[in-house]
Design a protein around this ligand. Sequence first.
Ligand SMILES: NC(=O)c1ccc[n+]([C@@H]2O[C@H](COP(=O)([O-])OP(=O)(O)OC[C@H]3O[C@@H](n4cnc5c(N)ncnc54)[C@H](OP(=O)(O)O)[C@@H]3O)[C@@H](O)[C@H]2O)c1
Length: 266
Amino acid sequence: MALVTGSSSGLGLVIARTFLDAGYRVVIAGRDTSRLDAAKASLGHDPCVATACCDVTKQQGAEHAVQTATSQFNRLDVLVNCVGTSDRGLAENLTLERLDELIQQNVHTALLCSVAAIPQLEIREGVIINIGSLASKVGARYLGGYVTAKHALAGLTQQMRLELKPRGIHVGLVNPGPIRREDAGSRYQSRVEQDSNVPAAAAKPGGGTKIKGLPPETVATAVLQCVRYRRPDMVLPRYLRLLIAVGHISPRLGDWLLLKFTSSKA
Ligand SMILES: NC(=O)c1ccc[n+]([C@@H]2O[C@H](COP(=O)([O-])OP(=O)(O)OC[C@H]3O[C@@H](n4cnc5c(N)ncnc54)[C@H](OP(=O)(O)O)[C@@H]3O)[C@@H](O)[C@H]2O)c1
C-alpha cells in the first residue's frame, strides 16, 4: 500500500497510477477536494484508491495522510514524498520569506510525512522515497531558492536513510531533470518577468537547461524501481550522474559543464 503526497496532479498523479498498475493500493493526497476527486476518477480503480485532503506542510496534515492510509487499507508499505515547488530568480534577490516557503514545500513536507509514517513503515520494513531534482545534486543559475531547498532535502534523505536502516526502513531519493508537461515554459514566466537580470530563457524547464524533458512515466518507473530494489539514489537521465561526479572531483570543470548545459540567452 502506497501513500503518494502531491498526487492530485503532475508527477505525483503519474506515480500513483504506476503504483496502482503494479498492484499497490494507493492513497493520493493534495489540498483540494475537487482536484483529488478528479484525480481519483482519472485513476479508475475505485476500491484500490483513497484520497486524503490535507496540507502536508502542517504536522496535522501529514498525520491525516498517514491515518487515511491505515484506516482505509490497514497498512502502509511505501511513502512517496512528491510535494515540491520550483522557483526562478537570482540567489542575491531571494527573500527569506520566499526561501521559507520553498523549504516548507520541499523539506518540511517530506520530514513531517516521514515522521508520521515511521511507526507503520517499521512494521512492514517499508520504504520512503523523496522526490528530489537535479537541483538536489548541483547548483544551476536562475533557480531562485529551489537549489537550496532541494539540497536540504537530499541531506535529510541521506541522514534518514542511515538512521532508519537498522529499523528496516529504506529511504531513497529520485532526482529527475526537467519533466515534460503541457505548461512547461509558462509556469515560471511571471517570476522571471519580476527580475530584469534573469534571462527570459530561464522560464523554461530547469531554468533554461539544454536537457531534454523526461516523460513523467519514466520518472514514476524509476520511483517504483527505487522501492523494489531499495536503491538509495537515482538520477534521471542517467548520463547526468557523470556531470555530478565530475563536479565533485573537479568543481572548476563541473561549473564549466553546468554553464554549458544552461543558457543565459533570452
Ligand atoms: N516538474 C518538473 O519538471 C520537475 C523536475 C524535477 C523534479 N520535480 C519535483 O517533482 C515533484 C512534483 O512536481 P510537479 O511539477 O509535478 O508538481 P505540481 O504539478 O506542482 O503538483 C503539485 C501537487 O502537489 C499538491 N500539493 C502542493 N502543495 C501541497 C501541500 N502543501 N500539501 C499537499 N499537497 C500539496 C498539489 O495539489 P493542490 O495544489 O491541490 O494541493 C499537486 O497535486 C516536486 O517535488 C518537484 O520539485 C519536478
